[in-house]
Design a binder for this molecule. Structure first.
Ligand SMILES: Cc1ncc(C[n+]2csc(CCOP(=O)(O)OP(=O)(O)O)c2C)c(N)n1
Length: 395
């Protein structure tokens, strides 16, 4: 039995019946079990299990606090990148500090960015994870293998006494992370508000969509989102003018926005790739784009309906949430927005967007097809330096 299955078993024994989750490629096993049990009772004396897939980790702190007030025993299953984003909520709702509500929580954290980590951008948060937990008053232990589970039992007893607790689970780097099966063709439903298209079929993959865009580019600057999209951009057309943002989920479009605002009027187009998971996490900042409307920004939302880079668990975009309607509601002009699920249509509209004033929002409906891609070989500092050099910026 894998380590996450053992952890789930122990949580069941201790009556944890309310979970909020956001995937890491290493905790998919746990999330799948929760999906299987959602709505069912695990023990005779327990209420039915509730699983809430999150769109951003910090909301999980308040969702769990509310559920605790409502009589549930809660846990969060997350990656430590998300832990960083939770600090204000943990200090205000969980901790014992003066002014905090001191509502206990249990965190099951995939501990990325340790010594063995291959993704460099995981390191900053990885190296500060214990500090964050200490800052927020969480008692924690490491679970590297099954022999550490006894300590987890002790931690669970502390949680029962009202303490904030966490376990730091070591990723199994030797084994390829689990993935949920992908499809070459997807059928997608979008809640229809303003922007055309409600039931869509697509056989365009994210890789193919990126390929069409990258082929057309000449001097445009590109900002690509973390995980597989950045790797695909690198693989398809590496150039100094590509900025691979290999951390900061949901923030490639805000970084691109800053760049676009700084270079407006300089005959410089900014092309940005963002994922549906990322945009759901940070959709509020679309209101800045919708208000400032930088003419030189072209945003490509690669909407595959899943957290693709971490194993293909579904996002709410697969369940109707229409992110182009969200962007429109935030002020994006309808005349510059497109919902596209076909390659030819993308090619045609891309030419127009490259030659005309934006901002443009391409809502690309793509399949959840996955192709294994090697990591980008550059350090994050190299990515930054060559990008600055290529645009002649004096940063
Ligand atoms: C704050 C935070 N939470 C979780 C993660 C783990 N993570 C890395 S990539 C990713 C999936 C991104 O999904 P999406 O934006 O939809 O893009 P896709 O990979 O599907 O193209 C997740 C959850 C992270 N890096 N940061």
């Amino acid at each position: 039995m894998g380590i996450y299955r053992e952890i789930f078993k122990l949580c069941n024994e201790h009556g944890i019946d309310f979970y909020s989750t956001l995937p890491c490629s290493h905790n998919i096993d746990f999330i799948q079990q929760l999906e299987d049990f959602d709505g069912n009772t695990i023990r005779e004396d327990s209420k039915s299990l509730i699983h809430i897939p999150l769109v951003r980790e910090e909301s999980g702190v308040s969702i769990n606090a509310g559920a605790t007030l409502g009589g549930r025993k809660t846990a969060m299953v997350i990656q430590n990148q998300g832990l960083g984003n939770m600090v204000t909520q943990m200090l205000s709702l969980n901790s014992k500090l003066e002014g905090s509500y001191n509502i206990p929580n249990l965190l099951i954290i995939s501990h990325r960015g340790r010594k063995e980590e291959k993704i460099e951008a995981q390191k900053p948060v990885g190296s500060k994870t214990e500090h964050i937990l200490e800052l927020c008053g969480f008692k924690y232990c490491y679970v590297n293998n099954k022999s550490d589970l006894e300590e987890f039992r002790t931690i669970l007893r502390s949680y029962e006494k009202g303490l904030n607790v966490a376990i730091l689970v070591k990723p199994n780097y030797e084994k390829a992370p689990k993935r949920i099966e992908n499809n070459d063709t997807s059928y997608r439903k979008l809640n229809k508000i303003n922007i055309s298209g409600d039931r869509l079929k697509t056989s365009m993959s994210r890789y193919e969509a990126i390929s069409i865009v990258m082929k057309k580019l000449t001097k445009e600057l590109v900002v690509a989102n973390l995980g597989h999209p950045s790797r695909e951009v690198y693989h398809l057309k590496d150039r100094e003018r590509n900025f691979y943002l290999t951390s900061c989920l949901g923030h490639s479009y805000t970084l691109a926005l800053g760049l676009a605002l700084a270079s407006e009027g300089m005959d410089q187009k900014i092309v940005c790739f963002e994922g549906d998971g990322g945009l759901l996490m940070n959709s509020g900042s679309l209101s800045i784009v919708g208000t400032k409307r930088p003419k030189n920004l072209i945003l490509f939302l690669l909407d595959n309906g899943v957290w693709g880079s971490t194993g293909n668990t579904k996002t709410y975009a697969s369940n109707g949430t229409n992110l182009s309607s969200v962007a429109h509601a935030h002020g994006f002009p309808k005349s510059k927005m497109m919902v596209i699920s076909e390659k030819k249509e993308l090619e045609r509209n891309l030419t127009y967007a490259l030659e005309n004033e934006g901002p443009f929002f391409f809502h690309l409906i793509v399949s959840d097809h996955y192709t294994k891609m090697p990591l980008i070989p550059y350090s994050v500092i190299d990515i930054k330096n060559r990008f600055i050099k290529s645009i002649g910026s004096n940063l």
